[in-house]
Design a protein. Structure first.
Length: 254
């Protein structure tokens, strides 16, 4: 019997304690068994560490979670690394993995029970090496806000991405090889000092690779007014970084 390819989930967390139960439960409930979770809490100031330690203890005895426990790498950082520092930590951990596929899932979001199996099956049989899907949106209390998109294009989406990002990070999966090739934090962070890296990843990857869209809500995206993506104080940096990524793409640098 052909073995299932390993999938690594990279997860960053900071002050996400109210949402960790949904996050961990959604991973434990996956109907796909060969999952490696690499999780890093960036020295949260809330009670996240208590919740994470509870999860670790629970994982050792639970019939539901226990099968996954050997592949759950949960780290609580002793000091705050910042958004980029925590991302780099996760990427360097990924370099040590032997997984075939990788996806990103921040700890305030969660995924449908068949998200991993659906996307692996698609990538294994479609000829694509990257895929994303539609998502549901919820507010901080879990109140449904509807589907994020009506539909999105598949295939050569470079030109559309240059106009703005429409790939929800919590729904994206690609090969480990392509992720490590295109998540260029030395350029994005160390040289350009940009605010976030997922848009740069998608633009860079789309330069020579097609990206598929699945019109199913395989993930749930939580909208938090104080998150890095939505807080008003971060808005200028977000806009500046978006414009710079688009400029880098137009110049063919990414």
């Amino acid at each position: 019997m052909k073995s299932k390819p390993k999938v690594t989930i990279l997860s960053a967390a900071y002050n996400h304690e109210p949402y960790l139960s949904d996050f961990f439960t959604s991973i434990a409930a996956q109907d796909y068994s060969n999952i490696e979770l690499i999780f890093s809490d960036d020295a949260s100031t809330d009670s996240s560490s208590v919740k994470i330690e509870e999860i670790e203890r629970f994982a050792g005895v639970s019939d539901i979670v226990g099968a996954y426990n050997r592949a759950w790498d949960l780290t609580i950082q002793p000091k705050n690394l910042g958004i980029w520092g925590n991302a780099i930590y996760l990427v360097e951990k990924l370099r040590q993995s032997d997984s075939k596929y990788v996806c990103l899932l921040e700890a305030d979001d969660y995924i449908r029970f068949d998200r991993i199996s659906k996307q692996v099956e698609f990538l294994e049989n479609s000829g694509y090496q990257a895929v994303h899907s539609n998502c549901y949106a919820v507010d901080k209390d879990g109140k449904p806000l509807g589907r994020v998109w009506n539909t999105q294009p598949s295939g050569n989406v470079r030109k559309q991405l240059e106009q703005g990002n429409f790939i929800m990070t919590c729904s994206f999966m690609t090969t480990r090889e392509l992720f490590l090739e295109h998540y260029n934090y030395k350029l994005f962070h160390e040289q350009e000092n940009l605010f976030f890296g997922d848009y740069g990843l998608f633009l860079s990857l789309s330069k020579n690779n097609e990206i598929a869209y699945m019109d199913e809500c395989l993930a749930t995206y939580r909208i938090l007014n104080d998150s890095a993506s939505h807080a008003p104080k971060h808005r200028p940096a977000m806009v500046e970084s978006t414009l710079r990524y688009q400029e880098l793409a137009r110049k063919g640098i990414i």
